[in-house]
Design a protein around this ligand. Structure first.
Ligand code: MN
Length: 295
């Protein structure tokens, strides 16, 4: 029996468009968790919270400080549940929502006295701070925050920051970033898997290598999956799509049965924005991803 705690965080406060919040909403309403929750090998509990009155609004219509405060509120909620989840030995599944929630997810895991490495699957580095950001969107900052850089309160969602030492983070799928982000990660010595040559790329092998590498210096690992890391041909429903992305099959193959892998502490899936979907492609991809983790 595997105990699993699922957090559905309907928050787009860290993104440009609040529609990202509808990702968690859709997963709930369209019952994408049913196969997980009805599996006799799994004992699941679900936490859901919606942080918007109107997800049709743009976050740019709100002051930066207010958006930041909401990101912190959502973050404290997630942190507390994540911490308890890991203390209880449960598998943690977080579904967003935008990627700013990663600050909280992995801060909570760390505060449960868990040593882990994090595989970051994304088109973007998300290594901005308020000093370098162009958009002022916190979902471009979580990797920096987890490394102890940037906004003081974001960093201190964790009791003892930084959450990650540079060798406990590996990024993959990266193909869109600003020079300031690259400089920060290079300076710290984080391993970045660039994804510019799609043809020459062996996605699945690469995931396995990254996991092995993380497990050399960490007893366990977690996965932060930004679905914009996957090619927009499969996942067009996301706020900042980038072409020439990862193969969906590589990602699902890697995630196969992951909740029964005792070395894997948790998975986070973020940036699904159903309002931007085309032909339900992203919906179907989400369904596939959620089902495969118990297969
Ligand atoms: Mn991201």
């Amino acid at each position: 029996m595997r105990n699993i705690t699922i957090i559905l965080a309907a928050s787009g406060w860290g993104a440009g468009k609040f529609g990202t919040a509808d990702g968690a909403m859709t997963v709930l309403q369209k019952q994408l968790l049913n196969n997980l929750l009805n599996d006799h090998r799994i004992q699941g509990e679900v936490y859901f919270a919606n942080w918007h009155f109107n997800s049709c609004q743009n976050s740019q219509d709100y002051p930066i400080q207010q958006r930041r405060n909401h990101v912190l509120q959502v973050g404290r909620w997630i942190h507390n549940i994540a911490e308890r989840t890991i203390q209880q030995g449960n598998f943690l599944l977080v579904i967003g929502g935008d990627h700013s929630i990663a600050m909280a997810t992995w801060s909570g895991v760390k505060d449960a006295n868990c040593d882990f490495g994090l595989l970051w699957i994304d088109a973007h580095m998300d290594a901005h701070t308020y000093e370098t950001t162009v958009s002022n969107n916190p979902h471009g900052m979580p990797a920096a925050v987890l490394l102890g850089k940037g906004d003081h309160d974001f960093v201190h969602l964790a009791r003892n920051p930084p959450v990650l030492k540079p060798n406990a983070l590996i990024q993959t799928g990266i193909r869109s970033y600003e020079i300031e982000e690259e400089m920060l990660l290079k300076h710290l010595g984080v391993e970045v898997g660039y994804h510019k040559e799609r043809e020459a790329y062996n996605g699945y092998e690469n995931f396995l290598k990254s996991r092995e590498h993380l497990l050399k210096s960490n007893p366990s690992f977690g996965i932060s999956l930004d679905i914009d890391g996957i090619d927009p041909a499969y996942c067009p429903g996301t706020g900042t799509p980038e072409g020439r992305g990862l193969e969906l099959d590589d990602v699902t193959e890697f995630l196969k049965g992951v909740i029964f892998n005792s070395k894997c502490i948790g998975l986070e899936i973020v940036e699904y924005n159903p309002t931007l979907d085309q032909n339900n492609f992203t919906f179907e991809a989400m369904k596939k991803i959620i089902d495969i983790i118990k297969t």
